[in-house]
Design a binder for this molecule. Structure first.
Ligand SMILES: NC(=O)C1=CN([C@@H]2O[C@H](COP(=O)(O)OP(=O)(O)OC[C@H]3O[C@@H](n4cnc5c(N)ncnc54)[C@H](OP(=O)(O)O)[C@@H]3O)[C@@H](O)[C@H]2O)[C@@H](O)CC1
Ligand SMILES: [K+]
Length: 460
């Protein structure tokens, strides 16, 4: 399987600032803000007709400067624009001040208050971009609420105002955009946590600047090819998956995980429950085994946790599993057991074979001995911390799942939809990852491919 090479970079704010500074130095002309405003004007011009009326709100920083350039260029094309500048003119940063001067020199009008008559077909949010530092209040909060209550298409420039570019946490209020045209590089905040609820459809314009240095990667398509299969192969070629879980009443979790492993191309799949697992009549090729027997068989990978429960028996089985020299996919109650038992955590840390853990935010909070909120307010940092502390490849689930590796790499997944917030989705993911790992794929490639495919196929 090939390395993840062709996916776009995902930048944290400090990385974007560096990228921007280098771009200003190496590609000074035309100025980046001029390019950003033009990119936005061009984007809109392909979507409007001559009856459209555009409301443009510019904030106190360079995001406002982008909006002023956009407005100037649109008006030069004869587009009807009403432009409101919320910032104080004498406090505009240099680039925005230049944009203001060019706007005035072109002879166009500016308002400093929100209009009372609402007659817009498009609203442009140029209030805050990556420079948002706190809760919007006063005139800024009013402008955000004003845009949100206009029932028109909203285009956000760079970021929806109120949304944190690094974390995807939305302040209240935050612009609810239908579209976001982001500049220079992707930001994780557009896709994770609140991001997709506020950014709408996201577009990137790199402003003609070659890629810079970013710590993250955006998964927006299949990151690697599925494992190739030779004609001259047999079921033994594609590995054996064991799935262990399903205490009394929770056996369905094992059924879902084993089916998913089979569908992901594993050669053989064995399900094992602490409760009573009946034969799966829809997939009778899935074998059954008693838990102890399963753990003494030659498996290629073990998925442990779906419906496992936290009984003493579950704990003993987990202890044995952690000592096996094969890749493990650990989910659900197996994670809760590890979080509650330092000896199990040590076993996990000391493993030599690949370990993949797939917590949702509450499980992640238990593993890091914190609360769900502190996981959610910085999902990337939380995933990286888990990866390091548990010596594991991590899938931190939720909107915009984050994948993190023990060597400090991180990925944001963009597939999936709110319909996935139902019971059983996690069990399917565990089975899918195990099914791909069984075919000899590395933990990082298997998780990134599977997390993307899990979101993509669930749309069907
Ligand atoms: N430089 C360039 O050439 C390029 C820049 N680009 C564009 O610039 C954007 C970044 O610009 P930026 O750094 O000026 O930040 P921006 O988001 O406009 O806001 C900062 C201002 O808002 C203020 N402020 C923050 N939060 C606030 C709050 N809650 N309530 C009230 N005020 C608040 C903050 O005040 P302070 O925190 O300093 O008191 C400061 O005055 C970027 O997203 C992209 O659109 C692109 O064109 C590419 C080329
Ligand atoms: K904005």
């Amino acid at each position: 399987m090939s390395e993840i090479l062709h996916l776009p970079l995902c930048y944290l704010t400090n990385e974007l600032r560096e990228h921007e500074a280098k771009a200003q130095e190496n590609h000074p002309s035309p100025p980046l803000m001029e390019r950003a405003g033009k990119a936005a004007a061009d984007w809109l011009l392909t979507r409007i007709s001559n009856t459209d009326k555009i409301l443009i709100i510019a904030g106190p920083g360079n995001n406002g400067g982008d909006a002023l350039v956009m407005s100037r260029l649109l008006q030069l094309q004869g587009v009807h624009c009403t432009t409101v500048l919320l910032g104080k003119i004498n406090k505009l940063p240099i680039d925005a001040a230049n944009a203001y001067q060019a706007y005035c020199d072109a002879g166009f009008l500016l308002q400093n208050e929100l209009p009372t008559i609402e007659e817009w077909t498009w609203g442009i949010d140029g209030i805050f971009g990556i420079g948002l530092t706190r809760h919007p209040e006063g005139a800024f909060a009013k402008a955000i609420e004003y845009l949100n209550q206009c029932s028109v298409n909203i285009l956000a420039l760079d970021m929806p105002s109120g949304l944190n570019a690094d974390t995807g946490v939305a302040f209240s209020p935050c612009v609810i955009a239908h579209h976001t045209l982001t500049y220079l590089g992707w930001k994780p905040g557009l896709f994770t946590y609140d991001g997709r609820d506020y950014a709408g459809e996201a577009y990137l314009d790199e402003l003609g600047v070659p890629a810079g240095t970013a710590s993250g990667t955006l998964i927006h398509t299949a990151p690697v090819q599925p494992p190739p299969r030779k004609h001259n192969s047999h079921k033994g070629t594609y590995g054996t998956v064991g799935i262990l879980g399903g205490e009394e009443g929770m056996e369905g979790a094992v059924i879902l995980a084993t089916r998913a492993a089979l569908k992901s191309g594993a050669g053989k799949v064995i399900g094992s429950c602490l409760g009573s697992l009946q034969i799966d009549m829809n997939f009778p090729q899935i074998m059954r085994s008693k838990p102890e027997k399963l753990l003494s068989q030659p498996l290629s990978v073990l998925g442990i946790g779906p419906g496992l429960g936290t009984s003493a028996e579950a704990q003993e089985l987990l202890k044995t599993s952690l000592s096996l020299p094969i890749p493990l996919v650990i989910d659900a109650d197996a994670l809760n057991l590890i979080a509650a038992n330092p000896a199990l955590k040590t076993l996990c840390q000391q493993r030599n074979a690949d370990t993949i853990i797939t917590p949702h935010p509450l499980e992640a909070a238990r593993l890091l001995h914190t609360n769900t909120e502190s996981i959610n307010i910085n999902r990337i940092e939380s995933a990286l911390k888990l990866a390091k502390e548990y010596n594991s490849t991590v899938v931190l689930k939720g909107s915009g799942s984050i994948i993190a590796t023990p060597d400090g790499q991180w990925f944001v997944n963009t597939s999936g939809h709110p319909g996935m917030a139902v019971a059983g989705m996690g069990d399917v993911l565990t089975g899918m990852i195990a099914g791909v790992v069984a075919q000899g794929v590395t933990a990082k490639d298997a998780t990134s491919l599977t997390v993307w495919a899990h979101g993509e196929t669930s749309i069907l």
